[in-house]
Design a protein around this ligand. Structure first.
Ligand SMILES: [Mg+2]
Length: 242
């Protein structure tokens, strides 16, 4: 492939973390519970709260509003919660049996070698805990050249656009919905791909079964990412923006 063709064919692949790249064995939930109890004296109704697809600031805000804390106080203390969560993650994630999802190490090994692919993250995790979780799951976070995180915006739907801008700035190539793929395990990942006009690849390796994900009409739906060659072909060649 000549250089011009390679440049035209560039693809930005944005992976969700929990349930897509790794199974975190509730490591994030435990770190957040600890941080909320340290900073606000309560973790609110965290045991009944569904984390899937939500950003950390969304989760923190929902839980603390439910516990009767004012929005003003929540906003003021958010950076402290982030700091405590990060320190806790650094201390505990390695003991939490975080593992890669099936097929992920092989798929990343394969994609990392391609010059027409930029690997990135779109995750509800904050920027300082995302690499800790990945490392604990045996995945090198530095292979993801850009990312958009919960700490960038409470609204997950804003994150693909942020990631595209960062990838464009980093590489000098224009990334938009036509050459960007969002890979995730929840309906929220599919919806955020839509909001960025990107291709939505849903994978049933997390909390949601394939029939549930199918209701949200992803462009592609996979049980898992274990068929490395087929997934590579799908992500690089078939997935075109809507
Ligand atoms: Mg997820």
């Amino acid at each position: 492939m000549n250089l011009r063709k390679l440049f035209e064919a560039m693809k930005l692949l944005l992976f969700d973390i929990d349930g897509t790249l790794i199974r975190s064995n509730s490591a994030g939930r435990a770190a957040l519970t600890y941080a909320l109890e340290q900073v606000f004296g309560t973790a609110g109704p965290i045991d009944d709260y569904k984390f899937g697809g939500k950003t950390d600031p969304r989760i923190i805000t929902d839980l603390m509003l439910a516990a009767g804390i004012s929005q003003k106080s929540i906003d003021a203390k958010l950076p402290t919660v982030y700091d405590v969560m990060t320190a806790r993650g650094r201390d505990t994630f390695s003991e939490k049996h975080i593992v890669p999802c099936p097929g992920i190490p092989e798929l990343l090994d394969c994609l990392r070698q391609r010059q027409d692919v930029v690997l990135g993250l779109v995750t509800g995790n904050i920027v300082s805990t995302a690499p800790l979780k990945l490392k604990a799951g045996g995945i090198d976070p530095t292979q993801f050249r850009i990312g958009a995180y919960g700490s960038d915006n409470m609204d997950r739907n804003a994150l693909p656009g942020i990631a595209m801008k960062r990838a464009s700035k980093l590489t000098g190539h224009t990334f938009n919905g036509n050459n960007t793929v969002v890979i995730g395990d929840t309906p929220a990942d599919i919806l955020c791909a839509r909001s960025g006009k990107a291709t939505a690849v849903a994978v049933a390796s997390g909390w949601h079964a394939a029939p549930t994900l199918a209701k949200y009409k992803p462009d592609f739906l996979l049980e898992n990412l274990t068929d490395t060659k087929a997934v590579e072909e799908l992500l690089v060649n078939q997935a075109e923006g809507s």
